[in-house]
Design a protein around this ligand. Structure first.
Ligand SMILES: Nc1ncnc2c1ncn2[C@@H]1O[C@H](COP(=O)(O)OP(=O)(O)OP(=O)(O)O)[C@@H](O)[C@H]1O
Length: 236
């Protein structure tokens, strides 16, 4: 399933966040969505997730227009927001039941046990969310994002603020969960892009700076690391 964004524009009051962004990703790729702070990554992701309206432009998820067919699009998309806001007093199984009911999943008990196992939450499933480490809270956020088996995953800085061990574990989990899915992943960690991503999109100040396959990076940017490519594309 591809993600298609056409001339997307968004302004918050007088603050321009996105200026006519256009891109189309390939199916079943992990796409690194990169850019300096304030580049417009979260804004694009919120629009794609259907929780923020664009001022202009269109987003299509495998041809489904998210503005015109928002419910159908939301059935296809799983979203992990930045800073992963969770109901801290809920038990892990309770918050997953809540999410499953929002998606009207038939036979939710089976699916909840499946995602608990998939995301490595079995040992922690009887705890309340606030009792979990940050890495396990991220696992809960990922479990919620995949509960309806969406074909597109939008992950906004999923490894931000985690310790090095948890970063490795969450990365491995993302890799595992991304099988047969298209994943749009924002991150500031260039090593993560090298390890996980097939495709790279770079934004800066609300403008699309570049979009390329990682396999083409060596030809397009000879002898440059992802960090150097990032700096070159976003240096003002
Ligand atoms: N609710 C809001 N009200 C006003 N301005 C906003 C709002 N949300 C974002 N912005 C502004 O829009 C621009 C794009 O922000 P956005 O959060 O999309 O960037 P980002 O690339 O995700 O940044 P970061 O890497 O810091 O998370 C920034 O200038 C930001 O200050």
């Amino acid at each position: 399933m591809s993600i298609q964004v056409k001339n997307l524009t968004k302004t918050y009051g007088s603050q321009k966040a996105l200026t006519s962004i256009t891109f189309e990703t390939q199916s079943n790729h992990i796409i690194g969505f990169l850019g300096p702070n304030g580049a417009g990554k979260s804004t694009t992701m919120k629009i794609l997730a259907g929780i923020l309206p664009a001022d202009q432009g269109e987003c299509l998820i495998n041809g489904i227009n998210i503005r015109l067919e928002s419910i159908k699009a939301k059935q296809t998309i799983g979203y992990l927001p930045e800073n992963n806001p969770l109901y801290m007093d809920m038990y892990v199984q309770e918050i997953l039941t809540f999410e499953a009911n929002l998606h009207r999943i038939p036979n939710p008990k089976n699916r909840i046990q499946q995602v608990i196992s998939l995301t490595g939450l079995t040992q922690e499933k009887h705890k309340r969310v606030h009792q979990l480490s940050k890495g396990y809270k991220q696992r809960v956020g990922l479990a919620m994002a995949i509960i309806h088996d969406p074909k597109i995953l939008i992950l906004d800085e999923p490894t931000s603020g985690l310790d090095p061990n948890q970063i490795l574990e969450i990365r491995a989990l993302i890799k595992e969960l991304s099988k047969n899915k298209t994943v749009l992943l924002s991150t500031h960690i260039m090593q993560e892009v090298e390890i996980l991503c097939d495709e790279i999109i770079v934004l800066d100040k609300g403008i699309l700076k570049d979009h390329f396959l990682k396999s083409d990076a060596a030809i397009r940017f000879p002898n440059q690391s992802m960090e150097e490519i990032f700096v070159q594309l976003t240096r003002s």
